[in-house]
Design a protein around this ligand. Structure first.
Ligand code: GTP
Ligand code: MG
Ligand code: ZN
Length: 308
């Protein structure tokens, strides 16, 4: 039987079969770990083969079909090991809010770099339009323009005012979508308003810290009407940029990628090298200074890691 892993607790997996059955499965005893050094051999989103012959109580996952892609991050505790967050993602919806809570462009750019590295097209959704002051709206406009100019689709939503919620619904139909963004930006609220039966847990924002409490505790894929699958990730602080080398990063900034051929050195890191087309474009105002600054911060972090 073929199916898709919707949920994993580490020892049990919930698999939706192609016939629409939900099965609780275990892993085959001597399940062959892939070459990847990961803490989890099977992840949410995996297409798997399930067998029910050997055991009457439990269905067993015997095989993971090749992954189209996967998102991975460093396990916080064992830093050498990595954890596959989800696989077979067709698109990402990055939900951001300029206030309550504030999403930094540093966070956005790290997410986008990771998504580019995995070739996952990303839509950026600016939520909580109803809750923003004039000043915050202006700030949002400036931020959104940067991303629109380099080709990312941008949307403005408000759940209480039902602004553009239908547009987001259209985006989700028939696709497997990774929903990401800081805790409290409204990921669960948006999905709940589109698919009320799903009842993802939401929580009131704590008045003291003005930040959403962390209410989603594990990664789970929701099989929704109209063939939509959604992975509502916890408010991941930062995606790990595992496996990325400093020299690759500019290839994941679309506005830099198109200029790389014009740098004097083909291993240019666009830091202090002469004849750098990227730096020139920053100076001309063709590349956002803030994006460039975030680029440098990502590269400097990676160079720091490469020393060890
Ligand atoms: N004013 C306003 N509040 C919203 C909007 N969307 C969500 N909220 C509120 O923001 C708070 C957090 O929303 P959640 O949906 O729980 O946030 P989340 O992104 O799922 O957070 P985690 O599950 O912790 O990652 C809740 O109190 C929502 O009611 C919106 O468009 N406008
Ligand atoms: Mg949530
Ligand atoms: Zn350069």
């Amino acid at each position: 039987m073929k199916g898709k892993v919707l949920k994993s607790t580490g020892s049990w997996y919930t698999v939706e079969t192609d016939d629409g059955l939900l099965l609780d499965c275990r892993l085959k005893g001597k399940f062959r770990l892939s070459d990847l050094d990961t803490t989890n051999p099977v992840s949410v989103g995996d297409d798997v083969i399930v067998s029910d012959e050997e055991d009457v109580d439990a269905n067993v996952i015997t095989e993971v079909l090749p992954r189209q892609n996967y998102i991975i991050r460093q396990s916080p505790k064992q830093s050498a090991q990595r954890h596959i967050i989800a696989s077979n993602i067709e698109q990402a919806l990055l939900i951001v809010t300029v206030a309550k809570p504030r999403t930094s462009t540093g966070f956005i750019d790290r997410f986008l770099v990771t998504a580019e590295a995995y070739a996952i097209p990303t839509h950026i959704v600016f939520n909580k339009q109803d809750a923003l002051t004039e000043k915050e709206l202006k700030k949002q406009q400036a931020i959104a323009k940067v991303y629109e100019d380099i080709g990312y689709p941008v949307y403005y939503t408000s759940v209480p005012q039902e602004e553009n919620v239908k547009t987001i619904h259209e985006l989700l139909k028939g696709k497997t979508t990774l929903l990401s963004g800081h805790s409290g930006v409204g990921k669960s609220t948006i999905v709940n308003s589109i698919y009320p039966d799903l009842n993802l847990r939401t929580k009131e924002i704590s008045k003291k810290v003005k930040k959403g409490m962390h209410t989603t505790t594990f990664v789970e894929m929701h099989a929704l009407p109209d063939d939509a699958y959604i992975i509502d990730t916890p408010g991941i602080k930062e995606f790990g940029l595992t496996d990325m080398e400093a020299a690759e990063v500019s290839g994941y900034f679309p506005e830099m990628r198109e200029r790389l051929d014009n740098c004097q050195f083909n291993d240019c890191l666009h830091m202090n090298e002469p004849g750098c087309a990227v730096k020139e474009a920053v100076q001309n105002g063709e590349i956002s200074e803030e994006r460039y600054h975030n680029y440098l911060s990502i590269v400097e972090n990676l160079l720091e890691d490469e020393k060890y």
